[in-house]
Design a protein around this ligand. Structure first.
Ligand SMILES: [Zn+2]
Length: 247
């Protein structure tokens, strides 16, 4: 949800059910309840408010913010809209728990200021070599305006982003063990049931079936949606010895 207001996401992207997001049977009423009809000016304002605290330049202000009252009005408004968004998702999905795969630890750290949200952070770390390999691959995905390709990064850029994001997650969340949990991606691939159970415990949820087989139509928006269209989720694995293989 972190990037939901970014340029083009709502107007151009497709949900994993293949419908454009704004006409998807799930997301259309969710956004209607959150912001009414789509408004490009509002989306831009929300994006700017978010970036002022979530991007690296906002880190000093984020670290010194202890309550909603200490935030600028535009950031308080951004958080109010974000809270409405999660409420709408919860109502329309009929769920207690929302799994948000946003990757910036600064985003979850900002959301901690919303007392209505009970946030649990799962810091999923993948081998940096596998991450760099994945970012170099060509990945196409459908949009309302035709096929697009995911960004590709050089190994150097991937390494820098890996270091910065994982260091930030440690810095911001590691001292809060009640809400923070570290998972190695390779452990999840090798022991998916056990790792999934640990995540459920962390979230305070009861036992549930491993959601990797027999997937029905999902409404995942943004990111790599290919796994959501399969009946069996595939978990890319990296081999021992540094050779990276995926899919
Ligand atoms: Zn959908």
């Amino acid at each position: 949800m972190q990037r939901i207001w970014d340029k083009g996401w709502l107007t151009d992207e497709c949900c994993s059910c293949r419908a454009p997001i704004l006409s998807c049977s799930f997301w259309s009423p969710v956004f209607g309840q959150t912001i009414g009809s789509y408004d490009a000016k509002l989306a831009k304002e929300l994006r700017q408010a978010r970036d002022s605290f979530v991007k690296l330049r906002g880190l000093p202000r984020l670290l010194t913010s202890r309550s909603l009252d200490s935030l600028p009005a535009n950031v308080r408004n951004y958080l109010a809209v974000t809270e409405r968004l999660y409420r709408a998702i919860q109502e329309h999905a009929g769920c207690r728990l929302i799994v948000d795969t946003s990757k910036y630890p600064t985003y979850s750290y900002l959301l901690r200021l919303l007392p209505a949200l009970d946030i649990r952070v799962v810091h999923l770390v993948r081998d940096a070599r596998a991450t760099a390999y994945s970012w170099q691959r060509v990945k196409a995905y459908p949009t309302a305006k035709g096929t697009r390709y995911m960004e590709r990064h050089t190994a150097l850029r991937s390494a820098a982003a890996w270091l910065i994001l994982n260091s930030l997650a440690d810095l911001l969340w590691e001292r809060d063990p009640m809400r923070y949990m570290l998972i190695r991606y390779e452990d999840f691939v090798n022991q998916p049931r056990r790792t999934f159970r640990r995540i459920l415990d962390h979230a305070g949820e009861p036992e549930a079936a491993l959601p990797l087989i027999g997937l029905s139509i999902t409404h995942k928006c943004l990111g790599d949606c290919r796994a959501c269209r399969a009946s069996i989720a595939r978990l890319p694995r990296c081999q021992q010895g540094g050779e990276i293989l995926a899919r």
